[in-house]
Unconditional design. Structure first.
Length: 279
């Protein structure tokens, strides 16, 4: 607990730390930045501090690392001390959505505050804050540069432990989902892209249709995320990044060749309380 109010987020921070695919993808991008020794880096949601430490180890002139959770921020500071990067990395304790960064300018922004569709993380609002304060410009390198989202309709078994469930599920790749008996029932279609180097509206409305590829009942929608880097590299779901999300929908009996039209609307970073699907 933190001050008796909430559970610490240290568990997920640990998952990110040991996610080699995710961390190595960011390390490759950071190490490939030209003239990094002349650049000031901002790491948003630093967690354990691993990406800030990688930037410092790769030669960044200065690294500012934002962390909201005071317990996690203290651990990140210990890691910085342990690796003797105190003179390079500075922890900024606060909310990246509102934190004042007046007087600073960032050449590189590392922002691995990512969930599929940016439904639950506050990355869009944090990026908007940077743009509105003028602490980044057209030459700032954003890691990642954008996130795209695709969708597909599925049939799945929503009965677990002898009872039925009707709620969103993150399909983390380290878990065995065979009991869900998920079957693809439509094409997978890219429906949106969020560019992280500009101001974005906090509200998104997506209207599309998906072509059915199998006969039978459709009762779920899976959304998938892809993280894009300036180099052109792309990472999809890893152990701690971009887990596909399975969303229940009202069952529909469809046939091959049919198309299902629907509208999806939500607010970035507000979670599934604000998520709506109209069919």
């Amino acid at each position: 607990m933190i001050n008796g109010e909430a559970f610490s987020s240290i568990d997920f921070v640990g998952q990110c730390l040991v996610d080699k695919e995710r961390t190595q993808a960011f390390e490759q991008e950071i190490s490939g930045i030209q003239n990094l020794s002349e650049k000031t880096v901002l790491d948003i949601g630093t967690g354990s501090g691993v990406l800030a430490l990688i930037a410092a180890r790769c030669g960044a002139k200065k690294v500012y690392a934002i962390e909201y959770d005071p317990f996690v921020a203290a651990i990140a500071q210990k890691n910085i001390d342990l690796n003797k990067f105190n003179s390079v990395i500075e922890i900024l304790h606060g909310d990246a959505r509102t934190l004042s960064l007046s007087g600073l300018h960032f050449d590189v922004v590392i922002a691995e505050m990512l969930t599929t569709g940016l439904v639950e993380e506050h990355q869009v609002e944090a990026m908007n804050n940077l743009q509105e304060q003028g602490v980044v410009d057209e030459n700032t390198i954003f890691l990642p540069s954008k996130q795209s989202m695709s969708m597909e309709l599925v049939s799945y078994n929503n009965k677990q432990h002898g009872v039925s469930f009707d709620f969103p599920v993150h399909l983390w790749k380290w878990h065995d989902w065979s009991d869900f008996q998920i079957q693809n029932m439509s094409e997978n279609k890219e429906v949106s892209t969020v560019f992280l180097n500009k101001i974005n509206s906090m509200e998104t409305i997506l209207e599309t249709s998906l072509k059915i590829i199998g006969d039978g009942e459709v009762n779920g929608l899976i959304i998938r995320g892809k993280t894009h880097f300036p180099s052109g590299a792309i990472i999809e779901d890893t152990e701690a990044l971009n887990a596909p999300i399975l969303l229940p929908i009202n069952p529909q009996n469809l046939k091959i060749g049919d198309s299902l039209k629907f509208k999806l609307s939500y607010s970035f970073g507000k979670g599934f309380d604000f998520f709506k699907i109209d069919i």
